[in-house]
Design a protein around this ligand. Structure first.
Ligand code: SF4
Ligand code: SF4
Length: 225
């Protein structure tokens, strides 16, 4: 899942300064699961804006803050459902990830679409209230050679052939709160009886599949219309 967190309310209020009709749009998928931008959070943010504007004496018949939530902001068909609400607003505060914000900006040309969240990473919930990064979307996965533990996202130096020498008691030299990814890889490969495989150097990664060449695409020829 994509993990995000809400921007500080003060920053959001600065962003919407000068607009009179705000539509807060939640997203029902990843950001609902990470409790950053789902229906509940959209309702809370809309209320916070109303309260802030009421304190400033700004609320009135021509000034309005409303909220709605779509199943996924990153798919056209779901955005279609809120076309009328978007048309009736001056500015939209998207509580989707960066893909959701940009999908709305493309769908609703000429409408101001603002991000209410900071999109952080691809990860998962570790336990209640804690999400961790697991994948950096490098485009050339090496998990088959690292026991299913990502050295790009989870090693602080993204080392392909670790550890770096700074690891102590299984912790990363960057912080004793961070597990050394290469210690985890070693332990996992040992438990799989595959330690020998770690003796082979991982070759330099093909970073052309990452950021080189601009925005990436996945094309499925068999599905293209
Ligand atoms: S190697 Fe690349 S694709 Fe695989 S989990 Fe790590 S960052 Fe993601
Ligand atoms: S201590 Fe481990 S996780 Fe930290 S930078 Fe070195 S190899 Fe990577």
């Amino acid at each position: 899942m994509i993990v995000a967190e809400q921007k500080p309310v003060a920053e959001i209020l600065r962003m919407i300064e000068g607009y009179r009709k705000i539509l807060v749009v939640g997203c029902g998928t990843c950001v609902t699961v990470c409790m950053a931008g789902g229906e509940k959070e959209a309702g809370i943010l809309a209320s916070l804006i109303r309260m802030a504007w009421a304190r400033e004496g700004r609320l009135g018949p021509l000034i309005d803050v409303s909220e709605t939530t779509v199943e996924r902001q990153c798919e056209w068909e779901f955005l279609q459902e809120i076309s009328e609400k978007v048309a009736a607003s001056d500015a939209v505060l998207s509580m989707g990830c960066g893909a959701g914000v940009q999908a709305m900006a493309r769908m609703f040309e000429g409408k101001v679409i603002l991000p209410a969240l900071n999109t952080k990473f691809i990860g998962m919930p570790e336990r209640q209230g804690l999400w961790t990064e697991l994948c950096a979307g490098c485009g050339d996965c090496v998990l088959d050679r690292t026991g299913g533990i990502c050295p790009i996202a989870r090693c602080s130096k993204s080392l392909l052939n670790g550890p770096c020498g700074g690891s102590q008691n299984g912790k990363c030299e960057v912080s004793k709160d961070i597990d050394c990814a290469w210690q985890l890889i070693f332990d996992r490969m040992k438990s799989l009886g595959r330690l020998e495989a770690l003796g082979a150097m991982l070759p330099p990664k093909d970073w052309s599949k990452n950021r080189d060449g601009g925005p990436r695409k996945v094309v499925r020829e068999d599905m293209l219309l």
